[in-house]
Design a protein. Structure first.
Length: 323
């Protein structure tokens, strides 16, 4: 198995067949909906909140609401549906979460997307939750994760998952790799490729994306969607405190397994950090779209499928050489 990560890969250009990058189609289908970009903000408390979820849905972007205010989730679904917007929520695997799914079913409240979100998704508890959701809310599109191996992808798909989320510990605010010795930090892109070869359903690459070009690389190696945390934090609209240090503006960003999020120092596998203030979220998303359109033009096609056909070279740690 070839081991590499985002910074080790460069994609090889093909003949351009479009007259303008603006002709390139960056849309992607997940479930029964088509979205403007193959990008989803990480379901973290400093990246997404209810107002942003509504904004993403209104503007044809995919989102996954975090699960850190569990008592508000049912109302969130009802509010989104009242606005004629799709609802996409996160759940865990504890007994109370099974009860929550049952309560939704009893009230005939059906979120369009449910993400089972735990750090180590290749688990009997996740498989049991997938089966439970599919039994009582069969119309919901179930995303399960996070995983790192083809065996995990197959097990979750066989349990009924409609998509799997790949990435264990490669995120900027994640310290799983140093706390446990496990994870895909340093080989996340190779893990996406490895898992995608076994997948029959969509893969969401989660973690390790540091540049817009990494979105195209994720698509090349089999991802349908790319989950992005730190690059979609730090905006005017982002949750989290705004701080000024030495005349520069930053926003708070912390991992879902951090002490800040947990409220206690127990099984901590995330950290708190500051990310530079980035202005308005819409501008960042527009830039991501423009860069991905350029990627499609370099790939020699008209849509995202062209990127999946590109050749690539492994050039260890050389992308920034000479800059």
């Amino acid at each position: 198995m070839e081991i590499f990560d985002y910074e080790d890969i460069q994609l090889v250009p093909n003949k351009c067949v479009i007259n303008s990058r603006s002709e390139a189609d960056t849309t992607v289908t997940l479930g029964e909906r088509r979205f403007k970009l193959p990008v989803v903000p990480a379901n973290m408390a400093t990246v997404i909140n209810e107002d942003l979820a509504a904004w993403f849905a209104t503007n044809d972007y995919f989102y996954i609401m975090h699960r850190f205010n569990p008592e508000t989730r049912q109302q969130f679904i009802e509010t989104m549906h009242a606005k004629q917007l799709y609802a996409s929520i996160s759940v865990g695997v504890k007994a109370t979460e099974h009860d929550f799914i049952d309560a939704l079913a009893a009230a005939a409240i059906v979120p369009e997307y449910i993400t089972i979100d735990i750090a180590h998704g290749h688990a009997d508890s996740v498989i049991a939750m997938i089966k439970h959701i599919k039994q009582v809310l069969p119309a919901s599109f179930v995303i399960a994760g996070n995983v790192a191996t083809p065996a995990a992808v197959r097990d979750l798909e066989n349990a009924g998952a409609d998509a799997t989320k790949v990435g264990v510990g490669p995120g900027k605010a994640c310290i799983t790799k140093v706390k446990t010795g496990f994870g895909t930090g340093g080989w996340q892109l190779a893990a996406v490729r490895w898992c995608a070869k076994a997948a029959r359903k969509p893969i969401i690459a989660d973690g390790g994306v540091r540049t817009n070009g990494d979105i195209a690389k994720s698509i090349r190696f089999g991802a349908t969607m790319v989950m992005i945390g730190s690059m979609l934090a730090g905006h005017q609209e982002s949750p989290g405190n705004t701080l000024k240090i030495d005349g520069k503006t930053y926003k708070q960003y912390y991992g879902s397994a951090s002490e800040t999020q947990k409220g206690e120092h127990k099984n901590v596998e995330g950290k708190q950090m500051l990310v530079p203030y980035r202005g308005h979220l819409a501008d960042t998303l527009n830039e991501m779209q423009e860069d991905l359109q350029s990627s499609i033009s370099y790939a020699g096609g008209r849509d995202l499928k062209a990127i999946t056909k590109c050749d690539y070279v492994i050039v260890k740690n050389s992308i920034y050489n000479g800059d």
